[in-house]
Ligand binder design. Structure first.
Ligand code: NI
Length: 135
């Protein structure tokens, strides 16, 4: 295949099981492999490319956790109240809760908050989207 202007072709090595799992999923949702990799790369960039030197950030953190004995998560939120603007709580089922935190403030503090939440034993899933703000 010839070169397409503005498009970079590259090859990567991945474990065979990961490749099959990925390929099977994109076939099920009817997406092509290149589009799926592009989406994954953008997601990766948004998660990790908080530029050095950025001072302010804003966005959202989504947490799924077991509410039984989850005081630690509440304590963390009290400790980081200066970057948590508001939160939304939803009782998913008997045991699981969903919490969405709207965050804004010092980017190092936000990173600290995310790291703390990740270490919480009751937290089952955490997702976040943070933008650098030029203020
Ligand atoms: Ni709840």
């Amino acid at each position: 295949m010839g070169k397409i202007p503005g498009v970079k072709r590259f090859s990567v090595s991945v474990p065979i099981e990961l490749f099959h799992e990925f390929d099977e999923l994109i076939r099920k949702i009817d997406q092509d492999r290149s589009k799926a990799i592009q989406q994954a790369m953008r997601l990766y960039i948004s998660e990790y490319a908080w530029k050095e030197g950025a001072l302010e950030g804003g966005g959202a953190i989504v947490i799924v956790y077991d509410h039984e004995g989850s005081e630690e998560l509440t304590d963390i939120q009290h400790d980081f109240r200066d970057v948590i603007n508001s939160s939304l709580h939803m009782h998913l089922d008997e045991h699981n809760c969903l919490e969405i935190l709207a965050i804004r403030g010092n980017i190092e503090k936000i990173k600290g908050l995310i790291d703390k939440i990740k270490t919480c034993s009751k937290v089952k899933q955490i997702r976040y989207a943070v933008l650098e703000l030029n203020v």
